[in-house]
Design a protein around this ligand. Structure first.
Ligand SMILES: *[C@@H]1O[C@H](CO)[C@@H](O)[C@H](O)[C@H]1NC(C)=O
Ligand SMILES: *[C@@H]1O[C@H](CO)[C@@H](O)[C@H](O)[C@H]1NC(C)=O
Ligand SMILES: *[C@@H]1O[C@H](CO)[C@@H](O)[C@H](O)[C@H]1NC(C)=O
Ligand SMILES: *[C@@H]1O[C@H](CO)[C@@H](O)[C@H](O)[C@H]1NC(C)=O
Length: 492
């Protein structure tokens, strides 16, 4: 189990590093470049820090996020530029009054005096772009407003920094032109080129993770840009993954509450306009007619229904089952093109249930050393570009499973265990439930659950089934009044 945990968990490493005593090393930022990819529900922010150690044996670099940025950030990863391996990070915890948040990044090896390194911080912000205006009629365009702070803050002095905000199209409605920046630049502080707004370069910025700097020098900026795709949100996702050794099946069922987070519809919805737009292939950007979901490879018996019943207007392309190894995370997935029963307008919801079966052997291994089964269950169904506000993942184990253990790709908001009883169960199945919030497309990890199934438990199900069949058999006999005593000499 440790092997699996170690390879997955940023958090695991976080916990490890938190046992180290905290010490602030001193650095200088030779340059900071922040690149913001403006989009719908998810906004990616990549900040590159070119750092120079001002003391020898510097082991950790401290990153600062403003309280606003911290609140919106739901995924964070730090790496050395050009390398794959994420660096362990350690959060300093909440500093409610001073308006910023500190995170230590453990360096791969201590830096010597004047030694330099490029650290790349990638974060995903959720709900950071809001529809603006907040309501629109069916034929209007859709524009979003993104707000952030002008300066990337840092506990260290910065020689030069700039921020680039890139919109999906060059159609930028408006952006803030900041004022009073003579101390940092003599040029125009904001320039637009194509789809990109650049703030800076700004020179010689003092340590800015500092209350004084934040109150006197930091300023808010915003960009309003056109966005031609629906703003997708999953208000809630309830996943039940049921493991069955009897039949060697893994059934996954999702109850998804989808929401179009775009501007609320002003006036009435006209189906005629909608069809005309569809005919001319100019769909309104804030009307969602269909969406694509990524489902696992090798699935079967896929079903999709809503409160009215079966939804047949969907199309599934199943990718072949992945090779039978837990370690390989194949990028292969099946694609479900799903067409809700009605086009989803801004502010509208659509609740549906989606489920499928797959071979248990595609996601389970038996470890003969520990005598345990290890099963991996994906945390969620990936809807590209969407944020999942709340996810509740329940893993239902076989009846009689013992020694249950689990490993999460990142910590859950809450974890609980229960017992689920379904048909033909005698003692019920142990179940684990994990609650997550604000999942992004970067959170496409797997939950690993390990457990033992004693032989008696394996037999329990056949026994229960046999008993049930015997009952039916006896009932039939009575019903048909068949004379059982054909050979009275043998039975007596
Ligand atoms: C580090 O850089 C400073 C300033 O450039 C220089 O004065 C100093 O000699 C350097 N020290 C080492 C050990 O390279
Ligand atoms: C829904 O569709 C599935 C497969 O297409 C079918 O087996 C099932 O009977 C249908 N259910 C209803 C309620 O129509
Ligand atoms: C959609 O659901 C949200 C809560 O998730 C609710 O506030 C809103 O009123 C719903 N919208 C409609 C049009 O029913
Ligand atoms: C059942 O069969 C046996 C022997 O064939 C016969 O003696 C007996 O009367 C039968 N019983 C009934 C209820 O028909």
């Amino acid at each position: 189990m440790l092997r699996l945990t170690g390879s997955l968990s940023l958090v695991f490493l976080t916990l490890l590093s938190s046992t180290h005593a905290h010490h602030s090393y001193s650095f200088e930022n030779t340059a900071i470049v922040r690149q913001v990819e403006l989009a719908g529900s998810l906004v990616q922010v990549v900040t590159t820090y070119a750092v120079k150690a001002l003391e020898k044996n510097a082991k950790a670099y401290t990153i600062a996020l403003s309280s606003n940025d911290k609140e919106k950030t739901s995924w964070l990863e730090a790496k050395v530029k050009g390398q794959q391996q994420a660096l362990p990070v350690r959060d300093h915890g909440k500093e409610p009054t001073n308006g910023y948040h500190l995170i230590d990044v453990e360096l791969p090896k201590p830096l010597g005096l004047n030694e330099t390194l490029n650290i790349v911080l990638e974060t995903i912000q959720t709900h950071a772009a809001k529809p603006w205006p907040a309501s629109a009629s069916q034929n209007d365009e859709q524009s979003l407003l993104f707000k952030t702070d002008l300066f990337v803050i840092s506990p260290y002095q910065t020689l030069v920094q700039r921020s680039k905000l890139r919109s999906p199209t060059p159609r930028i409605v408006e952006f803030t032109e900041p004022k009073d920046l003579e101390a940092f630049t003599l040029d125009t502080p904001a320039t637009k080129s194509g789809a990109t707004i650049t703030y800076g370069p700004f020179n010689n910025i003092p340590p800015s993770a500092d209350e004084d700097f934040l109150s006197k020098t930091q300023q808010p900026i915003s960009v309003q840009y056109m966005y031609d795709h629906p703003v997708l949100e999953v208000s809630s996702l309830k996943r039940a993954a049921e493991i069955s050794h009897w039949g060697s099946n893994l059934n996954i069922q999702d109850e998804i509450r989808l929401r179009n987070g775009g501007p609320e519809l002003k006036g009435h919805f006209s189906r005629l306009d909608h069809q005309a737009q569809a005919f001319y292939k100019r769909p309104s950007p804030h009307v969602l007619p269909a969406l694509s979901l990524h489902l696992p490879a090798g699935i079967r018996n896929t079903y999709f229904y809503d409160i009215i019943g079966n939804v047949s207007t969907s199309h599934l392309r199943v990718a072949p089952a992945p090779p039978k190894s837990l370690k390989s995370r194949t990028p292969q997935y099946s694609v479900l093109d799903l067409r809700p029963r009605y086009p989803l307008l801004g502010g509208w919801n659509y609740t549906f249930t989606l489920g499928w079966d797959s071979d248990l052997s595609d996601s389970a291994v038996y470890d003969s050393k520990s005598g345990k089964y290890i099963v991996k269950v994906p945390v969620m169904t990936l809807i590209p570009g969407a944020v999942v506000n709340q996810a509740e993942v329940t893993v239902i184990l076989p009846e009689g499973a013992t020694d249950v253990d689990f490993s999460l790709p990142w910590p859950a908001v809450s974890t609980s265990s229960s017992t689920v009883t379904t048909y033909l169960d005698t003692t019920g199945r142990p179940a684990l439930t994990f609650v997550y919030e604000r999942l992004t497309t970067r959170h496409d990890g797997d939950i690993y659950v390990s457990y033992k199934v004693p032989l008696s438990a394996h037999l329990k199900k056949p026994t229960a089934v046999a008993t049930a069949f015997m009952g039916l058999f006896v009932l039939t006999l009575i019903g048909r009044r068949i004379n059982l005593s054909l050979h009275p000499s043998k039975t007596a």
